[in-house]
Design a protein around this ligand. Structure first.
Ligand SMILES: Nc1nc2c(ncn2[C@@H]2O[C@H](COP(=O)(O)OP(=O)(O)O)[C@@H](O)[C@H]2O)c(=O)[nH]1
Ligand SMILES: [Mg+2]
Length: 511
């Protein structure tokens, strides 16, 4: 049974007791239970589902739906929600993760949402229309992993809205309609899924409506613990400290009130009490604002970090490679499907297909490059420019970061033009900044760039075979469905790997 015990909105004024009370609380600080987060793109049906879960709909609805007079929600609204004996806050987000580059308003709203999630997230209900996953929906996923981390997926449930009558009645029938993408998506969420009943077909009060919501509640209840991360924990700690200070201040005020009342009368005591209270409230408001701004800066920095990371691990766009036809081209001309010289073994050139271009183009920020200078076996000078954490092979066929190559010491493997790779000492290393680069993958995982045997991988665990394995799904996938991605935006799979690695790395760094 769900019961609403309170409902509060952003900026909602708390009705103040006309006389002092020990129970003083501010609406900003009393969100001390885990939350259930409704996310999804605008119009997906989040508010509708929220109302259904709260057993409030139609005229009495809690969350505004786009069917009602005000067309869409621009702030996160929240309400207390109970499933059996457990209390949660359900937060209806206003499509804040619709874009992958949030603007100022969206960041404000995300910061407020993070403040509300300080006691952990019990479930993230990702609401989307039952048709198919769109790019915007993928943005929502990117947004969630950016702000809450990949582990948040362990608490996610996919909730389908706009389902047909038959699909809602018969889940086996519904599952048949899922395409590969939807299936992969649901699998990524541990196969947790539910249907948000279409109110036009199954309004509240009908058996199917109740059954769908019960399924969803059971799924939420089946989740273990709550999701929290360093950011949420820090936020919670600040909120707890502030609540404690507010309590102590209130006790002090109350004591003062009682003393003044005895000596100087009630009116004087009340005036003094209110003056003190207003001062304390103002201090609390400023502290809250400060925390809010800190959160916003933290999130902003995180976005910038990720944006910077997006550029990592590339070749300079002018780097030359050899095609199977014998033609030498610049990487700027590379296309998916081209077969490039990837290795030379036993006197034979090996060519390998480019199956994925992670990103390519002239970017709006520069990346730090290592320019590796060496002398080719024919005596000519050669240069290879690649980002500092891109791997190249040394003479032992181990991969090394470009930045770790040592002039006069490290030997790299360079083609001698006669079907042989020869170890050649690095002459010099210089640092340069470039804004034109490309990151791509061959099926072999290697490429001979400017004559140097290089890896296609970067900024990752230092094992070529491990990386081959990590990229196996996309290597297979592109055999059946060639990639058409050739743009500045990072390929979603590579983005996913980068984010996972980023969080894994941060996680390991704690030990
Ligand atoms: N057909 C259909 N319409 C729905 C469903 N869920 C929500 N809607 C309608 O879709 C519109 C947008 O829903 P709303 O809950 O405001 O979406 P939000 O922006 O995600 O909060 C409203 O007019 C809802 O009545 C559903 O399952 N089926
Ligand atoms: Mg809404």
């Amino acid at each position: 049974m769900n019961i609403i015990t309170s409902y509060f909105r952003k900026n909602q004024e708390v009705k103040e007791e006309p006389k002092p009370s020990n129970e003083e609380q501010s609406s900003q600080f009393n969100i001390n239970v885990p939350v259930i987060l409704l996310i999804g793109k605008t119009g997906a049906g989040k508010s509708t589902l929220g109302n259904h879960l709260l057993k409030f709909s139609g005229e009495r609805s809690i969350f505004e739906t786009s069917g009602s007079f005000s067309s869409c929600t621009s702030q996160s609204n929240s309400a207390v929600y109970k499933i059996r004996d457990k209390t949660y806050i359900i937060i209806d987000t206003p499509g804040i993760f619709d874009t992958n580059r949030p603007n100022e308003d969206v960041l404000d709203e995300i910061s407020r949402t993070v403040q509300k999630c300080a006691y952990g997230i019990r479930a993230i209900l990702f609401v989307f229309e039952a048709k198919r996953l769109t790019d915007e929906q993928k943005n929502v996923i990117d947004g969630i992993s950016t702000f809450f981390g990949e582990e948040a997926f362990l608490y996610m449930v996919s909730v389908f809205s706009n389902c047909k009558k038959l699909s809602t009645e018969n889940s086996e029938e519904f599952k048949k309609s899922w395409n590969v993408e939807v299936r992969m998506f649901v699998n990524r969420m541990g196969y947790r899924w539910a249907i948000s009943p279409n109110p036009d077909i199954f309004p509240p009060g009908t058996h199917i409506h109740a059954k769908c919501l019960e399924n969803l509640e059971n799924t939420i209840n089946s989740l273990d613990g709550v999701y929290t991360n360093e950011l949420l924990e820090k936020t919670r700690k600040v909120q707890e400290d502030r609540a404690r200070i507010a309590r102590e201040e209130n006790e002090r005020r109350q004591k003062e009130y009682d003393e003044i009342k005895i000596t100087e009368g009630k009116a004087k005591a009340e005036a003094e009490y209110m003056k003190r209270k207003n001062e304390d409230d103002e201090r609390a408001r400023i502290a809250n604002e400060k925390q809010f701004n800190e959160l916003k800066n933290f999130l902003m920095n995180k976005i910038n970090d990720l944006e910077r990371k997006k550029g990592g691990g590339c070749f300079w766009l002018e780097t030359r490679v050899k095609l199977e036809s014998g033609r030498v081209i610049r990487m700027s001309e590379l296309q998916v499907g081209d077969r490039v010289l990837s290795n030379i073994k036993n006197g034979f050139e090996e060519f390998s297909e480019v199956y994925l271009i992670a990103h390519v183009g002239k970017f709006d920020h520069e990346e730090k490059f290592t320019k590796v200078g060496f002398t080719k076996p024919n005596g000519f000078k050669g240069h290879l420019q690649l980002t500092t954490t891109h791997y190249v092979f040394n003479e032992n066929l181990s991969i090394m970061f470009a930045k770790d190559l040592q002039p006069g010491k490290t030997r790299i493997l360079v083609s001698d033009g006669n079907n042989k790779l020869v170890p050649v000492i690095v002459d010099d290393i210089t640092i340069e900044w470039n804004d034109e680069y490309i990151s791509f993958y061959t099926r072999a995982g290697t490429v001979i760039a400017e004559g140097v045997l290089s890896s296609c991988y970067d900024d990752c665990p230092p094992s070529q075979s491990l990386m081959d394995l990590i990229f196996l799904p996309v290597r297979w996938w592109t055999v059946f469905k060639p990639s058409t991605h050739r743009e500045k935006r990072l390929h979603p799979y590579v983005q996913f790997l980068e984010t996972t690695y980023f969080y894994f790395f941060n996680f390991m760094a704690r030990f």
